[in-house]
Design a protein around this ligand. Structure first.
Ligand code: GL7
Length: 799
């Protein structure tokens, strides 16, 4: 590592060169140029001075395969990990510059949609910090998740995010790691059960490495593959005289990794997506094997040294791909190949939503990957025999219907993962239990001991240290030992929860963070919010199951109540939203537009000023989350019970001193256990009572008819009050709530309103409130992703 003196010398020399090359002096540099200079300097410092590659000890190397890594800005994080953050700030001060402003210049690489992609980034951070040998494998999308803006009528507008086009120095092209990936073509039987695949066309995978810099740990790569075609034309086709067709293949190669599919918890079934998945897996598996063999190890030793962790089913095709290489390229028998592959893969399930469970059309798979489909058929046959042996005749049909990999001309990717992995885990206790009881009960019987829970976690480096420097300084003062490395140390502040001086300091920090967010809101929306009000935050993807429209109905009802009775005792509130909807998800976009419509009316109503305000910040992304989270008083986690596998925003918000207002869903359950029931506010139906509700035949309209407050809220959404008189704008949303309401918003409305009243009452007793929020920080150290990674190590990756 660099000493302070060495860093200073390097800083000065690099700055000189940067300025000379541009005929500028440091005082003439813009903030963007300062960022460019610093990002380059930090990248070089990481590569040259930070320890690389943790040695293998008692654990295997983790190959973390994920289609998404929502890594966010890297410069601040890397400077912290290098131990050069304060040093850099001091250097900049010499030129009258402030690091915080410079960091604002960085574009977030938005290479993910939501929680699943952000989790992958937190896990890379933790693995590098704990020196768990690991590599992340993903795709180098040229366009990350779309940018979001709002139109005149509050509708979501989307535009492309070419995150690296202008300048992105924190990666490097590893030309020597190139892979070749085949598609289509035919398979011929050579002899016995030996096959040869002749792909119809091939695409190159180019590797880009982004170093993941662990806190006091090591740096190891996030390797992202980009599609590329070797020559301008496919020569075989070109020579056949089919010039245009040859060129179109080039176009296809370039298109392959152009965009991230913008769906969250929803599988689209498009051929291009399947191609992306296979391309990702083929490049990664080949790279893993290459590195393994280069160390003089045998194929049989693969599971002893490597584990391939599948982040959801998106990389499921890696299983047949590894089998294919072992069978066709290395000439192993089926039994040998299966013995290796089935001990190498582990699968994390992230959702129970049926629309998110990927199934591929058998025909499409056969066309694109004719060799893989044969392997999948063989897995299916082998499985059938196991199911026949384990279940008696009367049970077989039901068991097979659940467990078959190939069923009704469809390949079920979750099933492929369960069968091909040695371990399967859910992401919060309640979710892992539901995976066994509801999704895969027959598998749980068939494969005893295969199912586990690893509750998600979040990295304290980014989500406390970096996002909330003021709270971090307070924690530093009162905690012995480095809490950023061992978050359980936060429990040292528990005895201070009632201490008036500590309460005052903790509360003052929240207040300052709220002021900073208020400034951001004013700058973005032109809205001045009341910092004495409760900052009530719901920030996440827009999805019906997350029920932002439940939040919205309460806002409308509150507004109506305040209009009807302006003198009532009311605790002021600012409702803060952020989040994107998939461009093709109509209902989620309706909800966004409705929130904007309501915000517009309420924020312009003079009676509401300082009392009730609604701020919907556009373009939610990691860097915006870092600004909102430290300023939140209330964390809205209001999904229908049983639908949110875990959630991770809930952990970030609670650790930063927000009170969870939530259903008994996902990790909320564990947050309530750790924080103590008196320090959260729980409402609504439970998994069991939702089941009963459905069994009785849920009719949402009954709730509407029987609850005048609810009725009035929905009616005004329909009558044009929030849409400039347009009675059609929110028709689909209103109709859905009245006639369908699959996610039981109306059934939970009354209970949610009561919970909101409880929040308001508790907030009025500031001493008790602050004590509660301190206890949230003190007691939730278990939600560090370091703990999650240790759980993976002991439960799953152990040798
Ligand atoms: C998700 C879950 O919805 C979310 O609850 C969980 O926290 C996250 C990480 O485990 O995974 N599953 C999923 O498909 N997406 C998620 O965010 C997109």
């Amino acid at each position: 590592m660099l000493s302070s003196q060495q860093f200073q010398t390097l800083f000065d020399a690099t700055l000189n060169r940067y300025c000379e090359a541009r005929f500028l002096t440091p005082s003439q540099l813009s903030d963007t140029q300062w960022y460019q200079f610093l990002a380059t300097l930090s990248h070089q410092t990481v590569l040259q001075h930070f320890p690389a590659n943790a040695p293998l000890a008692n654990t295997r190397k983790v190959n973390y395969l994920s289609m998404e890594f929502l890594i966010g800005r890297l410069l601040g994080n890397n400077l912290l990990s290098l131990g050069l953050y304060d040093e850099t700030n001091q250097q900049l001060a010499k030129y009258g510059k402030n690091l915080v402003d410079i960091l604002e210049q960085e574009r977030d690489p938005s290479l993910g949609n939501g929680g699943l992609g952000r989790l992958a980034a937190c896990y890379l951070d933790s693995m590098a910090s704990l020196s768990q040998p690991a590599i992340g494998y993903g795709l180098h999308y040229q366009y990350g998740l779309f940018k979001q803006a709002f139109g005149d009528e509050g509708q979501q507008l989307e535009s492309g995010d070419g995150w690296e086009r202008d300048f992105y120095p924190q990666q490097y092209h590893r030309a020597d790691f190139r892979q070749t990936v085949g598609f289509g073509g035919k398979v011929s039987l050579i002899s016995g059960d030996k096959y040869a695949w002749q792909p119809e066309w091939t695409i190159f995978g180019e590797a880009f490495d982004l170093p993941v810099v662990g806190y006091k740990g090591v740096q190891q790569p996030l390797r992202l593959w980009q599609g590329y075609s070797e020559s301008a034309f496919d020569l075989a086709t070109f020579n056949d005289g089919d010039y245009l067709d040859a060129e179109s293949r080039v176009v296809d190669a370039a298109k392959l990794t152009k965009v991230l599919y913008p769906n969250d918890n929803h599988a689209e079934g498009k051929a291009l997506r399947l191609m992306q998945q296979y391309f990702h897996c083929a490049c990664s598996v080949a790279d893993i094997l290459k590195n393994h063999l280069a160390q003089g190890r045998t194929l049989e030793q693969l599971p002893e040294f490597e584990v391939i962790q599948l982040n959801d089913t998106h990389p499921a095709i890696a299983i047949p791909e590894l089998l294919r290489l072992l069978l066709d390229q290395y000439d192993l028998s089926w039994e040998q190949a299966w013995a290796i592959a089935s001990k190498t893969f582990a699968y994390t399930n992230h959702t129970l939503l049926p629309e998110a469970l990927e199934q591929w059309d058998q025909k499409l798979l056969t066309q694109l990957l004719p060799r893989h489909i044969l392997i999948i058929e063989r897995i299916n046959d082998q499985l059938r025999q196991q199911v026949e042996a384990a279940f008696d005749k009367a049970e077989f049909d039901a068991a097979w219907q659940e467990t078959a990999v190939l069923f009704d001309q469809r390949v079920r990717m979750a099933n492929l993962c369960v069968v091909g992995s040695f371990a399967v885990n859910g992401v919060a206790q309640i979710h892992s239990d539901l995976v066994v009881s509801d999704l895969f009960p027959a598998y749980a019987r068939l494969f005893e001991g295969r199912f586990h829970n690893v509750t998600n976690g979040i990295t304290p480096r980014r989500w406390i240290r970096q996002a909330n420097p003021k709270l971090s300084a307070l924690l530093d003062q009162h905690i012995q030992g480095d809490w950023t490395q061992d978050l359980s140390l936060l429990n040292q502040i528990e005895p201070l929860a009632k201490n008036p001086a500590f309460q005052t300091a903790y509360r003052a920090i929240k207040q300052q963070n709220k002021q900073a967010l208020a400034a951001e809101i004013e700058q973005t929306l032109g809205l001045k919010v009341n910092c004495e009000a409760i900052f009530d935050v719901q920030i996440k993807r827009f999805h019906e199951y997350k029920r932002q429209h439940l939040n919205l109905l309460n806002i409308i009802a509150t507004y109506q109540s305040l209009k009807a009775n302006p003198q009532q005792d009311f605790v002021p509130r600012v409702f803060i939203f952020a989040g994107k909807a998939a461009p093709g998800y109509f209902m989620a976009k309706q909800i966004i537009q409705a929130i904007n419509g309501v915000a517009n009316v309420i924020n312009q109503d003079p009676d509401m000023q300082g009392k009730l305000q609604v701020a919907f910040l556009p373009d939610y992304r990691v860097s915006l989350a870092e600004k909102i989270i430290p300023a939140a008083d209330v964390s809205e986690q209001i999904s229908l019970a049983g639908k949110e596998a875990s959630g991770t925003g809930n952990m970030k918000l609670a650790l930063n001193g927000a009170i969870t207002l939530g259903t008994l869903d996902g990790a909320n359950v564990e947050i309530a256990e750790f924080a103590g029931n008196e320090n959260v506010v729980i409402f609504g139906h439970t998994v069991d009572s939702v089941r009963e509700l459905r069994e009785q035949g849920y009719v949402s309209k009954t709730y509407y008819e029987q609850d005048a407050v609810l009725k009035q809220a929905i009616d005004t959404l329909a009558d044009g009050t929030f849409s400039n008189g347009d009675t059609e704008r929110f028709e689909a949303l209103v109709n859905d709530m009245l006639n369908h309401d699959y996610f039981c918003v109306l059934a939970d409305f009354a209970s949610y309103r009561e919970a909101q009243d409880i929040v308001a009452k508790r907030y009025q007793d500031q001493t008790a409130w602050v004590e509660s929020t301190i206890l949230n920080t003190a007691r939730l150290g278990a939600f560090s992703s370091d703990r999650s990674i240790r759980d993976y190590q002991t439960r799953i990756w152990k040798k």
